[in-house]
Design a protein. Sequence first.
Lengths: 417, 500
Amino acid sequence: MATSDVKSQGAAELAMGQSPARKNAGLVGQYLTLGLLSLLVLGPIGLTVIQALSPPFRYVSAGRPLHPVEVSWQDRTWFSGGPLSLVVRTLIVFALLAWLQKVASGGGWKDKAYLVPSRIVAIVGGTVALALVMNPLFQSFFKADGNTAVLYAAAVVAVAATQVWAYLSPARSPITSVVMALFTGFGLISFCIVTMGPTVWTLAWTRYDLGPAMGRSFVMTICVTVLQVSTAIMAAYAFVFLRFPFKRILFALFMATLLLPLEVTLVGNVATIRQLDWTDTMKALVLPFGAAALGTFLIRQGFRGLPTEIQDATRLDGYGHVAFLTRFAVPLTRPVIAAFTVISALSAWNQYLWPRSITESNSFNTLQIQLRLAAASEVPNANQAIAAALVAAVPVVLLLIAFQRQIIRGLTAGAVK
Amino acid sequence: MTPSPAPAARRPVRRALVGLTAVGLLGLAACGAPPTTTGSGSGRNAEGSEAKIDPKDCPISALDEAKGPVKVNLWFSGLVDPALGVLQDMAKRYNASQDKVVVTTNNQGNAYQEGLAKYRGASATPAQLPQIQYLEDTMLGELVDKGQVLPAEACMEADGFDPTQITPAARAAYSVDDVLYPGYMNVSTPILYYNKVHFQKAGLDPDNPPKTLKEIEETSKKLKAAGVSKKPFSFKADQWFISTWLSGVGEKMVNNNNGRTKPASEATFDSDAAKEVFGDLQRMDEEGLLNAFPVTDGSIDHYLALINEDSSMVVETSTASGTIAAALGGELANGTGGVKIDTSALDGKKIVPGSAEYPGLQSAGQIYASGGAFYIMNTSSPAQQAASWDFLKFMWKPENATIWHTQGGYLPALKSIVKSPEVTKFQETELDGKLLTPAVNQLATADPDNSGPLIGPYESFQDILQGALEKVLFNGADVDKSLASAQADATALLKDYNGS
């Protein structure tokens, strides 16, 4: 072994008594463990996707339970399905490739390290190549002409070819780069086939009217979340920074509402809504959830963590309550508020019992009601219900990805104090 | 960090004050006027009523006088495709056929219970009730007792629709004090489905399935001995089958002629016949002949047992024909289409579905009419009540009643269509039509005097009977004790419901 090598990279490991072989073995072990763990987490989702693809009885009759025995493929190309969906799917692939290049460059979005010719070629070229190779592939799946495997491999190679140049930097060997490119190609092509190829997704979407239901769920979720977060912030502010009689007892009463789950008050609340003649209205969906004790509690804890000196200083500077709240208290407790926003949005989105109790007209159903109706619609087509559930999960998954940092911060907020 | 707390000495006083205020508020809230359950009609009289229907109860002329289109809102539950699609299509075609009435259909849930729960919630605010409700046959008692249903027989009489053209067993099952309540019925009955291939393999006649529960046991023994299926009789432990076995031979589940002459006040199902049924099932279970599954929402395990070939027979509702055809018919794709299967075609196949009349306690086909029914609510305006009947009358047209049978899978509720060319063609050319045939025949010949029980609190009654069945099948409980304690519980329930 050359001395320069030892100095440049081996020194540290040798000093720690680790041979390169042991280090590699350790790495392999780590990756294997991580791979197994991710399989444990992602496996069920994969199985669900497989279940969604073909009708249940055909599995059983064919005696091959976990293999899609009969997937009905769409007669489509990359460019079919209307301009909106074309733009959306192209943008998704574009964003995925851009994200991969950002990761491969080792920098963040702000470093703009992905803005070099090789990476731009990978992003744009990859998108174009994918859009072109998908057409024969979709057709081959639809016609079941027997060339699918060959076309699949060719498509993977074509997309991979656009990525190799970009993966060469920073300082990767050609073999690593080719392997990475092939993985990228395989992953992207498979993703596009599974999400766009089978008819079951569009079928579930149209048959169970998921679009309008999802729209209503969105409106409801946004209204509930905005209301809950704003009332919780104001209530928490009052409980922490204002002085008024019976404060602690009032807070205890506030918290006591946590002990009353929805089911306890359901019958009475439904009767109230009926007497107000509010069935099938958005206000009936939103208003009963306008304030939440949990949010008040969480944000109060956040506010209590603010040093009193800040409030004193702002007072000296002549700030009133509103200015202190909006310019100091809220920005300083942003992680807690963001975490509560996500919790509140998720629970509003997933609500079933309340909307089911106060909607009568099917044209006012929320997404979860539609899913429930789909769930037992027809036994031989039970896979459509699974497909509908997966489609309905997409916005939640996107929300989780977008807010994962806040969620984790929120969960650990106050853990170390 | 928090502002300093209030002085300790004052706190208990404050707490007491706030506590008192809270209690006071609760008290005030409790004094608020409770919602009232009122309809223009009245429930059944505990003494039994002699009141006959009056055509004037049904304001059919109000529709002619109505200005502008009359809106009819229909709530349904417990309907799945393809029947769900048939109802929606029926409303669409009706709306297109005339311009006085607009019917909208709104699904209130997958299970009949969800629809009933929705009705219970809305019954206190009659103005928000729909004009038509589709609910299960078992809910007839509660609906009549709540007094918000317009007996459709009044409309039939006022409109010159002869109720005797309705299949007698269906009419009897849905009548209270000889008055037919629903405006249209989707009738279903339980039947036996079986795998002809297994019968063939075990040396049994594939076209001669068991006719009684005892014969099921004997056949199961032969099938198990021949090694063609592990647990030959797949059984969803639903009390409906028990109720059918008992009522089918004239046994009464409750007193007062199964609650039909007067409201039931006592449960009477702890009979020798019930002990025999429970005992037979338990013995079959212990001998490994019964493949019992608990009832859960949307469960398909009892079908899967047939597909996996663990079992050879199952009793299920006739409406399941479509599911059975789709599930078991998959193996018949090459040429036969599943219809007119001769014995030679059985060789080399795994599953060939067949069906037969419900194996009763004494003979085949001892059933009563079940299913779901459309009720006109008396809480809406006269024009809406008339419009509701007009829509249901549309469904009684022979061509539409036929569609309910051939596409929706429900049994013919009109006597005239049982032998009609369309129905005969359906039975001869479609697999589900063929499977439905025994159900059609047994309904046509069923004894109208052996209708199922009519009980106000049917849901809780079902739970009690269901509990006894599950204890016997899944916990190995003693049959006599389980039935006796279930009967005591059911009697207490009826007394409580009747307020005595």
